[in-house]
Ligand binder design. Structure first.
Ligand code: CA
Length: 255
């Protein structure tokens, strides 16, 4: 699959810009990555660095714990199965020391019990491997925003407003009902007005899996969302960029 770990080291194609641009203005945040699987560590490190993070990597649990307690990180991305101290032990020991640093656990699909254990021990979030680098970046930003109390909850473009917590969508104050996929599609575009997203990027973000590239599912959903946003009666907010994809307008034309 594209953009996933198993597609190889060149899978990161957006440098996290779509995620980063609407988030915290803080620059160069420092992340500790504790992961013993070389391929996953290289993939995550490359993606995070391209998104502007400073990344320290430990491939052993004891080194990870030492860095976590001394390194002054903004967040930790923590594997569970590690040589030396395992991820859950690291997390528990950090919390016992009243260290509240945001922690995102990396878990295998089979590690349900460990995942629950981790959340009980005070993990802020978890991500199942393999994962999309954009998802990891988004979750890092989310846990850090929660930690700092600065979570952005409302996206606005022109007269369109989306509350990410209540999931209310309004245009000129009028409520619009969207399905889960439609909501995901709209908010993906709204996070970076003016930025063009390819159908593949939209597909991977909104559906999170590969489907037949011949399908026009993305186009169908864009049409549906446009219609719900007011069809041809109102200025179009989602533009088609011929031969490329779609974007949310920055300044919709009057009328
Ligand atoms: Ca591991």
């Amino acid at each position: 699959m594209r953009n996933r770990l198993d597609s190889g080291p060149c899978a990161v194609d957006t440098k996290g810009r779509g995620v980063r641009s609407f988030l915290s203005p803080r620059q160069r945040m420092k992340i500790l990555l504790v992961e013993d699987e070389t391929k996953i560590a290289a993939f995550a490190r490359k993606g995070l660095e391209e998104a502007g993070f400073i990344v320290d990597h430990a491939d052993h649990g004891d080194d990870g714990f030492h860095l976590a307690t001394t390194g002054g990180y903004d967040a930790i991305v923590l594997d569970i199965m590690l040589p030396g101290r395992d991820g859950i032990s690291i997390l528990r020991q950090l919390r016992e020391r009243k260290n509240a640093i945001p922690v995102i656990l990396l878990t295998a699909r089979s590690e349900l019990n460990e995942r629950l254990d981790g959340l009980n021990q005070g993990a802020d979030d978890y991500l199942t491997k393999p994962f999309y680098i954009e998802e990891l970046i988004a979750r890092i930003h989310a846990v850090m925003r929660r930690a700092s109390g600065n979570e952005i909850s409302v996206l606005k473009v022109a007269d369109l407003s989306v509350n990410l917590i209540t999931r209310e969508v309004t245009r000129e104050g009028e409520a619009i009902e969207l399905t889960t996929r439609e909501f995901a599609l709209l908010t993906y575009l709204m996070r970076s007005p003016g930025r063009v997203y390819t159908r593949t990027q939209i597909q991977e973000h909104v559906w999170n899996y590969d489907f037949d590239p011949g399908t026009n599912l993305v186009d169908v959903y864009v049409q549906r969302v446009r219609k719900k946003l007011g069809g041809s009666d109102r200025p179009a907010l989602i533009e088609t960029v011929r031969g490329v994809g779609y974007r949310m307008v920055m300044d919709p034309p009057a009328g």
